[in-house]
Design a protein around this ligand. Structure first.
Ligand code: HEM
Ligand code: HEM
Length: 186
């Protein structure tokens, strides 16, 4: 049985649930973001607007989950990396994990700032959230760019991270992936 909290050898149930739930959510938000942005602006068709609203709503959900996840991570033991890992890989792994936390906050916050700069309200399941900054066309355009490049960075980190995880599991055959899967032994 997987414990609720982390141990030095295994992620606990809450960390595992948040990891996989957010992996699905973030990948879906990237796919949706890229798809909706590729739709033509002409007439700003209804489908594009609906998809942007959906993206914003779930993007704010990702921000809420990121806060919960960060709180859980700082209040819990951090499972050790596989001991035989060379130092550079340990540094790289921790660097990618920390960068993920940065991006999990930076993406929704720039999205929210972008909407405020365009004077388009942000709703979270029916509740109107406050504007973060005043209307400003220049900042709006700049934030679109920043949000996009942060999205590309997230894609890059996911590719590196998932490739490393699968390599550890299938080639090195160590505990790296099992540590973050439910039910695996301690
Ligand atoms: C972790 C959460 C999020 C991720 C991973 C994400 C990712 C993306 C990506 C990859 C794009 C496509 C960029 C492009 O090709 O131009 C995009 C576009 C967009 N995102 Fe997000 N986003 C997130 C949260 C948010 C939030 C919270 C909001 C607003 C409250 C938001 C508002 C937008 C808007 C308005 C666009 C379209 C920009 C345009 O006009 O091109 N996003 N997002
Ligand atoms: C959006 C996608 C993903 C994000 C943002 C993400 C983020 C993270 C973060 C931040 C950690 C450190 C533990 C924590 O604080 O929760 C972690 C651990 C881990 N992730 Fe992911 N992850 C993603 C997708 C994946 C995928 C697709 C795989 C596997 C194919 C994977 C495999 C792992 C493994 C094996 C660990 C444990 C590493 C260790 O402690 O040795 N992750 N992930």
């Amino acid at each position: 049985m997987t414990k609720i909290t982390n141990t030095s050898q295994h992620y606990g149930a809450v960390a595992i649930l948040l990891h996989w739930l957010m992996a699905v959510l973030l990948i879906a938000l990237i796919a949706l973001g890229l798809y909706m942005s590729s739709l033509p602006d002409a007439g700003f068709d209804k489908k594009k607007i609906e998809l942007i609203l959906l993206h914003k709503e779930y993007g704010i959900l990702a921000l809420g989950l990121a806060m919960l996840r960060l709180a859980w991570r700082v209040g819990n033991v951090l499972p050790e990396l596989v001991v035989q890992l060379p130092d550079w890989q340990k540094v790289a792994a921790r660097f990618v994990h920390l960068s993920f936390y940065g991006l999990m906050f930076a993406l929704p916050i720039t999205g929210w700032l972008m909407s405020s700069a365009a004077s388009i309200p942000v709703y979270f399941f029916g509740v109107r959230l406050p504007d973060l900054i005043a209307h400003n066309e220049y900042r709006f355009q700049l934030l679109i760019e920043v949000h996009m490049w942060l999205g590309y960075a997230l894609v890059g980190f996911i590719v590196v991270h998932a490739t490393a995880a699968l390599r550890h599991h299938f080639i090195c055959r160590d505990n790296t992936l099992k540590k973050i899967l439910p039910g695996a032994g301690y």
